[in-house]
Design a protein around this ligand. Sequence first.
Ligand SMILES: Nc1nc2c(c(=O)[nH]1)N[C@H]1C(S)=C(S)[C@@H](COP(=O)(O)OP(=O)(O)OC[C@H]3O[C@@H](n4cnc5c(=O)[nH]c(N)nc54)[C@H](O)[C@@H]3O)O[C@H]1N2
Ligand SMILES: Nc1nc2c(c(=O)[nH]1)N[C@H]1C(S)=C(S)[C@@H](COP(=O)(O)OP(=O)(O)OC[C@H]3O[C@@H](n4cnc5c(=O)[nH]c(N)nc54)[C@H](O)[C@@H]3O)O[C@H]1N2
Ligand code: SF4
Ligand SMILES: [Mo]
Length: 723
Amino acid sequence: MATNLALNAALGPSGFKTVHAVCSHDCPDSCGVLVTVQVGSGGAPDRAVKVQGDPAHPVTRGFLCGKVAKYLDRVYSPDRLLYPMRRKAGVAKGPLAQGREAEAFERIGWDEALDQIAARLKGIAAEFGPESVLPYSYAGTIGQLGYGSMDRRFFYRLGASQLDRTICSTAGGTALTSVYGVKLGTTPQDFAHAGLVVAWGANIHGNNVHLWPFVEEARRAGARLVVIDPYKTRTAALADEHLAIQPGTDTALALGLMHVILREGLEDREYIARCTTGFEELRAHALKPEHTPENVAQVTSIAAERIVRLAREYAGSFKVTGRPAAIRLNYGIQRSENGGTAARAVCMLPLLTGAWQHRGGGLQLSTSGSFPFNGNSLQMPELMMASPLGRTARVVNMSQLGQALTREDAGVGGPPVKALFVYNSNPAAVAPNQNDVLRGMLREDLYTVVHEQFFTDTADYADVLLPAPTFLETKDVQGAYGHLFAQVSERAIEPLGEARNNVTLFGELGRRMGFEEACFDDREDELIDQALKTEHPWFAGMTRERLEREGHVPLQLPVNEDGVSLPFSTSEWFKTPSGRGELVPVPVFVAPVESRGGVDAGTYPLEFLPRKADNYMNTTFGNLAVHQRMESRTAGVLEMHTKDAAARGITAGDEVEVFNGRGKIALRALVNGHVGEGVVAARLDWNKLSAGGGNVNALTSERLTDIGGGATFYSTLVEVRKA
Ligand SMILES: Nc1nc2c(c(=O)[nH]1)N[C@H]1C(S)=C(S)[C@@H](COP(=O)(O)OP(=O)(O)OC[C@H]3O[C@@H](n4cnc5c(=O)[nH]c(N)nc54)[C@H](O)[C@@H]3O)O[C@H]1N2
Ligand SMILES: Nc1nc2c(c(=O)[nH]1)N[C@H]1C(S)=C(S)[C@@H](COP(=O)(O)OP(=O)(O)OC[C@H]3O[C@@H](n4cnc5c(=O)[nH]c(N)nc54)[C@H](O)[C@@H]3O)O[C@H]1N2
Ligand code: SF4
Ligand SMILES: [Mo]
């Protein structure tokens, strides 16, 4: 393994070295990256000259996605934020023109920045209570240290509000765990052995491209790829069949499939008896007349024959082809009001057919919970007790940032938010109900610190800006949410400018605050050791030294007599209270309140899909010319169905206004067959790069999902008119 890794040691004859890093972006693939570094001579700094996918990594397999293949454009972009800065006196907060942001700020030193931040946080905590400080972070990096380590220690010790990090995956994660007890699933490599692949709310080719070669391998051996998605994604365009489902109706479709499977006796009774609980109740529920293919067709807009055919093909895959069916469920369906229930329903399907018993069968949503990193050691929640608060701090849901910043009690009770500390995130652009978020961020009495690589939309509202490194400039340890290899990411080059990572920033800020605990002195290697310290058998032999040597190390999952790991093939794998796959409570289909089938239908008749870009990572990369060129087709565009356009007198190319009760945005109509009737789509972009200064999140709501408290981006109704 990893024989080609020179890691950080060997220096080639030509003054180049190769360093093993890990792509830390919020992507299931967590690629191994080999960075070629030209070693500086005569005092010049080392310079990264090439990035490539690690050929020794079994999932990366030597290639990078289009975004990160161009990574050096990001690292060495002239637009990087490289020094601490503070807002100039008299300059108001709010949107700044791209490329001219620095004019609103003045450069200061790190010492001055840290002293000022410490003084302000102390003052605010003394006057309003420490819970008036709100950290806001998400997954700018998913390295263990960068995502959540010293920052958490800092905010716990301060007694700041806790942030519930719900913006992406909590509905689906809670759903998966409620059925299986653990976030684990079919490995990407095993998808090659599937006889049928279903991509359910999953844009594999766009968002998870390292699964694609395994899907293709399965297809070469005869498998079909079926995509269930209201939008014709890259994945759907390349599939054997695309089922353009009505948004928010996946529970109904899953129940329709169950109806056919159970009506025709295609379920695996032996497996069900051995590994599940609640079957009779689910069976009675699924067989109700409302779940016949004909009735489900009415709700989902998928023809009854296609539902019947998919159910038979899904349940019969192993019998007919000798290869089981695999579902790639991604987070698309759970960004919907009842998305938790929908994810639970889909997760139950392989429990009915017993697909888990065969290599290549089952389901993958997320494998993140399979990595037994010692989160408590890294984050030390017990520090809350040593804070002036002396108790567990209140919790603010990040998907309701608008409320948190605009209500006197932050929407949750207790003091108003008086200080906002943003890192690893761009809430001005990614948070729902943007107009409230921006109204809150505009408050002159809100003290805002932003730790960033670039002058993002959020940076425009900062009082103090702090420079952050890219993953080439910092050391970390990382798992993955789409494969089962742990990796250490070495620092390939020195941080550019004065960038400092999470660990250094919050360790030093802790000292300025007067926190005396020794844990604020820990640095990267100590933290990595702490993260790996566990008795968990899946991390047996997982040490920092080994990761540094080998680059990537697989989790030690249990294997069967053939040496193959088959999650959920036997009851030992389930970590639920019952120790089995839980089919109860039965999933009940309820149309989202804000959907064409819901109680709010009427005023705003169109379902809106505020989508991710294939060549950005949420808003990351959206400011770089080379990435913008790859996304030019959908820049500033509203994708519409011919009939919806015609009904409003709109023709392709027209300027349109998309609006609802929360806001309006300006786009240009595109009629391209990517959405069905009644659905419109636009992609996430930077606010400051959008006509009118607001992006798709001006239209989305702060309503939360049925379970897990998640964001509901994909339950949004709008109307469109010609501008
Ligand atoms: N290129 C690229 N890669 C990314 C990202 C990115 O922004 N760009 N983001 C990363 C992040 S943060 C994440 S969480 C993952 C997410 O990866 P995915 O879970 O794949 O995320 P989405 O693109 O939000 O949703 C997938 C699909 O669900 C569809 N969908 C929407 N509503 C419904 C519905 O009601 N039913 C069904 N069946 N489908 C629906 C959408 O049209 C979309 O094509 O990808 C990561 N990878
Ligand atoms: N309309 C709509 N809204 C969405 C979504 C959608 O599909 N549609 N997707 C949602 C989802 S799934 C997610 S996960 C969220 C994502 O929301 P965010 O996590 O906010 O994602 P990004 O927009 O990628 O912004 C991450 C920022 O972190 C910075 N960063 C990177 N590395 C570091 C670092 O080491 N330190 C610091 N301090 N900063 C760093 C990057 O420069 C970038 O600006 O957005 C959500 N919002
Ligand atoms: S964004 Fe995803 S696919 Fe691209 S290099 Fe990073 S981990 Fe790999
Ligand atoms: Mo996400």
